[in-house]
Design a protein around this ligand. Structure first.
Ligand code: CO
Length: 214
């Protein structure tokens, strides 16, 4: 493990390397940020949002929590969403889950990890809602993968049902919500084929995406 002093030294080296390649890089970022994307992902250290989609600082607004959950009572997530949609005016919201997620694993096996069990009840809700689909899985590994995918789809719906996103659509703001899942074992993103760009296509997109989970 590296010491925290080494992390600070790494930072100096990184800033220097970036500046060598592009002398005005940081200067350009000094003004207002104008990211086109909001990423809602898991806190997992193996899923570094900006890095895995090849974006640079300034290009993506990010919110992360355990198991990439969007709860309508979570003012942290709602504040990020409101700021991204109304102030930064992002065009795309990506909800990204990942396979081998500790939060999904714990929820699926009802492991008791402490306070976080309460947070993971949101995943338990997804599990209960799709119990019959999950029961049809061959083994628990597959069940975990399917639950990870279904959790993303449900969180896309949750984003779409916030007053923030609904009001944006009513105003005629162009805004699309996507559901993706990342494989920590191969570094690849998979599109879960859900793309919600207005209230009118939410149900159809949801039903279709859930059907594709198998
Ligand atoms: Co995770």
């Amino acid at each position: 493990m590296r010491t925290v002093e080494e992390l600070l030294a790494n930072n100096s080296a990184w800033a220097e390397a970036v500046t060598t390649q592009d002398p005005y890089f940081f200067q350009r970022l000094t003004g207002q940020q104008t990211p086109a994307y909001l990423w809602i992902g898991c806190s997992d250290s193996r899923v570094p949002a900006t890095q895995l989609v090849g974006l640079l600082p300034g290009e993506m607004f990010v919110h992360r929590n355990v198991a990439n959950i969007v709860a309508h009572t979570d003012f942290n997530c709602l504040s990020v969403l409101q700021y991204a949609v109304e102030v930064l005016q992002v065009d795309h919201i990506i909800v990204c889950g990942h396979y081998r997620c500790g939060g999904i694993h714990a929820a699926l096996h009802s492991h008791h990890l402490g306070l976080i069990d309460n947070w993971l009840q949101h995943v338990q809700d997804v599990r209960r809602k799709h119990a019959s689909r999950l029961a049809a899985c061959g083994d628990t590994d597959e069940e975990e993968r399917r639950l990870s995918e279904l959790n993303v789809i449900e969180q896309v719906v949750n984003v779409s049902q916030t007053t923030i996103v609904q009001k944006a659509w009513l105003r005629g703001q162009q805004l699309t919500v996507y559901g993706w899942i990342y494989g920590v074992e191969d570094g690849l993103l998979r599109d879960l084929q859900i793309r919600v760009s207005g209230l009118e296509n939410l149900d159809e997109q949801y039903t279709r995406a859930v059907e594709l989970v198998r």
